[in-house]
Write a protein that binds this ligand. Structure first.
Ligand code: ADP
Ligand code: MG
Length: 608
């Protein structure tokens, strides 16, 4: 038999590659926009005709190409962006495979014009289905223009499979969004059939999101920001009340590259859990900045899927970041006193400029301990929105306004144990909830979740600062645990020690508890420990990977006062004070809402 294997001609190889790279007009738009961004352009124009079927043209003012580079750029695997394997681990550019221009030119008629800074003349190249038709010097401005005409003119089967103009234009718009969103400093314009669809100035990230999604987003966006050693997360999430019935605006970017990541999407949904209705989806634009060596972008030819070296860690960090933002901004709109009709600024004297009230609360203040509050004042923190709201919550409206007029600030001392009948008028409902009459409605706080939040933040601080923890020595109690619980207990013994426990393994499944945190009653040591272990186990099941956090959540849940416990007025007040000194008072450590606000309007509506 004769030999049958043959090397494919370049044009065929390119067409095969094009099958992966260029599936539809939108894919060409993506590649060309990316090239323009990589070229350092500050202004990029996208001109499309008939949803890209007739023309896709991208004009940039970037660095342009030399005559030789212009010709080479159409060769397969021709790229200026990487030189050796090692470079694959430090990619900062959008492209790097050197396949796009070659693939596009194999399935369309392409005209390239390009000129570098300082050159008199540029280069013009015309290619049809990989065939160079002409190459000559030309007059053009600095930068590059690539016109892609009659896409798939030589692959009728593919042209036939293109969808309606509407659908193809939607895909193009989507690609345009994915690039324009995260390059707000670049001016973009987008024309379709001579109609301008978008004209974007150089602007801030937030302005760019609003420019693309519409003005209504002004009120919806809440920033998110979180930095840990190897990744910086920033961006915006939409408030839960604007969750959508379809998975609309969900954008992740890694080093400015749009990615899909169901696992990370799950982290966001998880953070929104219970705050949005079933079958609704949160909107977000979230960016990750990280060293490219910690990611592998190369696992998918069109590069919207990527792999992180430590996905679980990313999940945890993202979940915490979103929760923090939800906490810091979100459940609060109902606590927005300026919208309370009762609290109209026109009651204030003329020419009076209201001053933002500030409040300082000692975060490590433990009302169950009779300490001298003033001593701790040095450490008092300046908390923002919530506490400001809380300050207003504390008093009847007249005194809210009075306080404002006096320009005084209120400090944590004002809530101290001693002055237990000041401001706050609360009562307990169903031995589960603390109800407070506030300026903006009835505040209903779940006592158990509130206490879980308070303890959780306290433990987290203790872990982070390695603080010495107040401890009570016990008459050593000898306790037995089940085999699994004993195993877990052994594993977390050193961590428990940092949090005020002193437990010794007596061998087999027996332990001696010699000391416990002050909050734990001596008679409840065993039940509290069992509860901590159960919570820790379910934390592992729920993928609460970070051991320290899992322990802090478990301890908080195990030790929190439970529903069904009667609370004196002073205790109610102490708990509220501590809760509103927390960073995220709205959510329990397990992500459940801690309180709700029933406005007068709502009550009024119900009674109608
Ligand atoms: P890649 O972007 O993966 O390198 P492409 O086929 O998209 O591969 O482009 C090949 C090369 O052509 C790029 O590496 C770049 O050097 C050059 N190039 C393409 N488009 C432009 C542009 N708009 N401005 C300047 N250079 C460009
Ligand atoms: Mg490219």
């Amino acid at each position: 038999m004769s030999d049958v294997i043959r090397l494919l001609p370049d044009s065929v190889a390119n067409q095969i590659a094009a099958g992966e790279v260029v599936q539809r007009p939108a894919s060409a738009v993506k590649e060309l926009l990316e090239n323009a961004v990589d070229a350092g352009s500050t202004e990029i124009q996208l001109v499309v005709k008939d949803a890209g079927k007739t023309l896709i043209q991208i004009i940039d003012n970037g660095k342009g190409m030399s005559e030789t580079d212009a010709r080479l750029s159409f060769e397969r695997h021709a790229t200026s962006k990487i030189r050796e394997t090692q470079d694959l681990f430090s990619i900062r550019t959008m492209g790097f495979r050197g396949e796009a221009l070659a693939s596009i030119a194999s399935v369309a008629q392409v005209e390239l014009r390009t000129k570098q800074e300082g050159e008199e003349l540029g280069t013009e190249i015309r290619i049809e289905g990989s065939d160079v038709k002409s190459q000559k010097p030309c007059q053009c401005s600095k930068g590059t223009s690539v016109a892609v005409k009659n896409l798939f003119f030589n692959v009728p089967a593919r042209r036939q499979f293109l969808k309606s103009d509407n659908v193809e234009l939607k895909h193009i718009t989507e690609e345009f969004f994915r690039i324009a969103l995260v390059h707000p400093n670049i001016k973009f314009s987008f024309y379709h059939n001579e109609k301008c669809l978008h004209n974007l100035e150089s602007e801030s990230f937030k302005e760019r999101i609003i420019a693309l999604f519409g003005d209504v987003y002004k009120k919806r966006l809440v920033p998110i920001e979180q930095s840990v050693s190897h990744v910086k997360i920033f961006g915006f999430i939409c408030k839960p009340e604007f969750a959508m019935k379809t998975k609309g605006e969900q954008y992740f970017f890694v080093n400015n590259r749009f990615i899909r990541h169901p696992y990370l999407n799950h982290a966001v949904s998880q953070a929104f859990d219970e705050l949005i209705a079933e079958k609704s989806y949160p909107s977000y634009v979230i960016c990750f900045e990280m060293d490219p060596k910690n990611i592998d972008i190369n696992i998918h030819p069109t590069k919207t899927e990527i792999k992180f070296l430590d996905e679980k860690l990313m999940y945890g960090v993202l979940l915490a970041a979103v929760k923090k933002s939800i906490g810091a901004y979100n459940l609060a709109p109902s606590l927005d006193f300026l919208t309370n009709p009762k609290y109209q600024p026109d009651i204030l004297p003329q020419n009076y400029t209201p001053k933002t009230p500030t409040i300082r609360v000692n975060p490590s203040y433990n009302p169950f301990e009779k300490t001298n509050f003033s001593e701790n004042r040095k450490q008092q923190l300046n908390q923002q929105a919530y506490l400001e709201s809380f300050e207003l919550l504390q008093k009847p409206i007249e005194s809210c306004i009075q306080k404002e007029i006096e320009h005084t600030t209120i400090s944590g001392e004002d809530f101290a144990v001693e002055d237990d009948n000041a401001y706050l008028d609360s009562f307990q409902f169903s031995k589960k909830y603390i109800v407070v009459d506030t300026c903006s409605g009835l505040l209903i706080v779940c006592q158990q979740r509130a206490h879980e939040r308070v303890l959780f933040e306290k433990f987290q601080k203790q872990i982070a600062n390695r603080q010495t923890v107040s401890q009570q020595k016990l008459f050593p109690q000898s306790l037995d645990f089940s085999a699994t619980n004993a195993e877990i207990l052994n594993e977390i013994l050193p961590n428990l020690k940092d949090l005020g426990w002193d437990i010794e393994n007596l061998g087999h499944h027996s332990f001696s508890v010699n000391a416990a945190p002050t909050e734990v009653k001596e008679s409840e040591v065993q039940s509290v420990l069992e509860s901590i272990l159960e919570n820790f186990k379910s934390g592992i099941m729920l993928n609460r990977n970070d051991k320290q956090t899992n322990l802090a959540v478990s301890m908080a849940s195990g030790m929190a006062l439970k529903s069904g416990v009667t609370l004196e007025k002073t205790e109610q007040k102490q708990l509220l004070t501590q809760l509103f000194s927390c960073q995220v008072p709205q959510l329990s450590p397990k992500g459940k809402p801690v309180f709700t606000l029933l406005s007068e309007d709502e009550i009024h509506t119900r009674l109608n």
